[in-house]
Write a protein that binds this ligand. Structure first.
Ligand SMILES: [Zn+2]
Ligand SMILES: [Zn+2]
Length: 145
């Protein structure tokens, strides 16, 4: 089942209308590889679709998270961010605390090690999140000079 279908079904279950604005938001969101806050996505959409309001973007992102098409991220800056769920493809994040850049990484050794830790405690991992905070390469160069 494709993502548009999943979303359309979910809206119907909730008794909500599938508006063209929601479809635009869905499309822009799914085709991005960014970690948008509501504000950022709203500002991006506003350029091409000035009639889409902030509240609609906010509500639609919430709905996308509820039906499993988006995951909510919180990097401690008080903003909820959203990224598209790419079926089964897990990744973790490096977060620059100066410029806000978010870098994605996948490290099989870390994944494997945490399985081993869980096993040691008879623990079953359902999901996990790694966020490493610091300075990205640009910012750490800037802070040295
Ligand atoms: Zn940075
Ligand atoms: Zn990510």
């Amino acid at each position: 089942m494709d993502q548009i279908q999943i979303f359309t079904d979910y809206l119907r279950q909730q008794g909500l209308k599938n508006t063209s604005q929601r479809m635009v938001i869905l499309e822009v969101f799914l085709n991005s590889n960014l970690h948008y806050s509501t504000e950022e996505l709203y500002l991006k959409l506003r350029k091409s679709h000035p009639r889409i309001g902030y509240a609609t973007v906010h509500r639609t992102l919430k709905l996308l998270a509820e039906c499993g098409l988006a995951s909510e991220l919180n990097f401690g800056d008080g903003q909820t961010r959203y990224e598209p769920c790419r079926g089964g493809q897990h990744h973790d994040h490096l977060v620059c605390t100066r410029c806000g850049k978010i870098i994605e990484f996948v490290e099989p050794r870390i994944e494997k090690l945490q399985e081993e830790v869980a096993e040691r405690y008879g623990f079953k991992i359902m999901s996990h999140r790694h966020e490493l905070y610091g300075l990205c390469s640009d910012c750490s160069v800037a802070s040295e000079s």
